[in-house]
Design a protein around this ligand. Structure first.
Ligand SMILES: [Fe+2]
Length: 194
């Protein structure tokens, strides 16, 4: 049976924490999930990227952003927030904003904008839609991540296999989501290191 977004999220949320932090047992616990970069692979903190012109403060506390774009292709994006010692960071702010299925940002309201705080194991997830392309950019999500009391990481996450990645000067392959296609959309994983 083909995985669903929910089954992959359940697999992600049932990972033993220590193993999850090291990513070793991840492939055993959830073999259908692609591996993402590890916090201990020597790459250091997640790369900063510009916020761009469409950030708005005061986004709602909300992880079910797809409700505002019922026509979009569904994607669940999930991951940990780690410090650079692979320790999960509970209570970290994770904020997302992105274009809709037509490549447009909501500049009047807060559609496809939201934030949450990582759970006791340092995990976050959003249920949203796949952003469409807009002129001049490859496909991407915008994020801000802030550990409790820490400075804000502003960055962007990208999709593997996008033809536009090579031509987008903001793109970096260390910011690629690990994406699985499921029977009801996509599941993307990325672990922030701050
Ligand atoms: Fe953007």
């Amino acid at each position: 049976m083909r995985a669903t977004r929910r089954s992959l999220l359940t697999a992600f949320l049932s990972l033993p924490l220590l193993d999850a932090a090291k990513m070793r047992a991840f492939a055993q616990a959830a073999p259908q999930l692609a591996l993402t970069r590890s916090c201990d692979d020597g790459d250091g903190p997640t790369l900063q990227r510009e916020a761009g012109p469409y950030f708005k403060p005061d986004s709602p506390l909300d992880r079910d952003l797809h409700l505002g774009s019922p026509g979009g292709e569904r994607i669940t994006v999930a991951g940990f927030v780690f410090d650079n010692g692979c320790r999960p960071l509970p209570g970290s702010l994770v904020e997302i904003w992105h274009a809709d299925e037509n490549g447009e940002y909501d500049r009047d309201g807060f559609r496809l904008r939201g934030h949450q705080f990582t759970d006791v194991q340092g995990r976050w997830w959003f249920n949203t839609v796949v952003p469409a392309l807009y002129p001049g950019r490859t496909r991407h999500f915008h994020f801000k991540v802030q550990r409790p009391g820490g400075s804000v990481l502003t960055t962007q996450l990208f999709f593997p296999g996008e033809p536009g990645n090579a031509d987008d000067w903001i793109f970096d392959d260390s910011l690629l989501l690990a994406v699985n296609r499921t029977s009801d959309g996509q599941f993307g994983r990325f672990d922030f290191v701050v």
